[in-house]
Write a protein that binds this ligand. Structure first.
Ligand code: FEO
Length: 399
């Protein structure tokens, strides 16, 4: 007996929950797991929309066979996205259903050949093409770089369901609840933003193009490849994606610092306290050595203010702060107000390199940086307080 879930009387969630893998893409912590969603449409023809990671193949195939029985075959495999967390079971599906038509675009087929050596039964679709399954009709939209070059989406016209690939997806296993109205959406909104900022965030411009392309569709349900299925509040999830891909942020400040012996950390505490006294409610302070960058990036994507501190380390930034700033440059963070502080120690390198980072990422710096020699003294504390106050002024001016 396998758990599959009906979305309509002919469309099923046949996804898999992964609570075993520690790091998604071998990079991003999965403290609460992740779901690989796949969908089965059972009509005169049967279509499978994406597959799952290869780790739980027998359960996945069992779900499909349980629904369609031993005699029917899957006619189409829709490959909206080729990253192996969704294509990892493709070879098993092709072995089970050797006549299956694999639906994709030229970039998909190039990857299928190079990942899996599958060269036959390719069924190419282009923008606006429709596959007619009987009652259900799948219309295809090319959405490149959301977040790989081959990515596309399928819109099921009869039930107005968008199969969106990674777009609108989130980290977090589906612990019983499958639909957005069955789960804690505070948790999933955070995990969705962590997924967006770390996995998709570099591609804001192409996400915007995709949203514009899909803007005229009536969408009743969004079936992404991760996270809950949205069967209501569609405008909420679309507006979140719109906001994130435009790098829009709300009032609040992330303070992140690197410190060896606590002196740079104490400066962060002063900045945080001053922000609070000035009326900022949303303040997140992170020690970059302790908290994985994916969670810090999640909050940086939410709040307009970003204050980064670093001690000096062999005339460079403290390595965890260096790593975080590299990530921020990689994803091309925009539209934030930056503050910089740190400690000089014996030859500097933390603050001076943070200033180089500010120049490279082209974000305005709220005040001159505050750099204590070793432990912050009176002037340094005053500098931290002044930077926090100026940050609040700028946040209010730009609200
Ligand atoms: Fe969920 Fe881009 O893979």
């Amino acid at each position: 007996m396998f758990n599959s879930v009906s979305i309509t009387d002919q469309i099923y969630w046949v996804g898999i929950n992964d609570r075993r893998t520690a790091l998604f893409e071998n990079l991003w912590p999965l403290d609460h797991g992740v779901a690989y969603n796949s969908y089965l449409i059972v009509d005169e023809k049967i279509a499978l929309v994406d597959t799952v990671d290869g780790g739980q193949t027998s359960e996945y195939l069992g779900k499909i066979k349980q629904i369609i029985g031993p005699d029917r075959k899957v006619d189409y495999l829709i490959v909206n996205h080729m990253e192996p967390d969704h294509s990892g079971t493709m070879q098993s599906i092709v072995e089970l259903y050797p006549d299956i038509k694999i639906v994709g675009n030229p970039k998909t087929f190039d990857m299928i050949q190079n990942f899996y050596g599958i060269t036959e039964n390719h069924y190419a679709v282009k923008e606006g093409d429709i596959i007619d399954l009987g009652t259900h009709k799948l219309k295809f939209y090319m959405t490149p770089m959301v977040h790989w070059p081959e990515t596309m989406m399928a819109y099921e016209e009869t039930n107005q369901i968008l199969f969106s690939g990674d777009a609108f997806g989130s980290f977090g296993a589906l612990d019983g609840g499958i639909f957005n109205d069955e789960v804690d959406m505070h948790f999933f909104e955070d995990e969705m933003r962590r997924y967006y900022s770390n996995i998709v965030g570099k591609y804001g411009a192409t996400v915007q193009s995709a949203l514009k392309k899909l803007g005229s569709l009536e969408i009743k349900t969004i079936c992404a490849t991760h996270g809950p299925i949205w069967r209501n509040d569609i405008s909420t999830v679309v507006s979140l994606y719109d906001k994130w891909s435009k790098y829009e942020a709300e009032e609040g400040v992330v303070i992140v610092y690197g410190t060896m012996y606590g002196n740079t950390g104490k400066m962060a505490e002063t900045i945080g306290r001053t922000l609070s006294e000035e009326g900022i409610k949303n303040i997140k302070i992170y020690d970059a050595s302790k908290t994985h960058a994916s969670f810090i990036l999640r909050d940086i994507w939410k709040y307009k203010g970003l204050i980064i501190g670093s001690c000096a380390y062999n005339t460079a930034m403290f390595p965890p702060v260096q790593s975080l700033t590299d990530k921020l440059l990689h994803v091309g963070l925009k539209n934030r107000i930056l503050g910089i502080f740190g400690t000089y120690s014996w030859n500097g390198g933390g603050v001076s390199n943070l200033m180089k980072f500010a120049e490279a990422i082209k974000l305005p710096v709220v005040t001159e940086p505050v750099e204590a020699k070793c432990a912050a003294c009176g002037n340094d504390i005053e500098g931290c307080m002044a930077m926090a106050k100026e940050m609040v002024k700028k946040l209010r001016e730009q609200a």
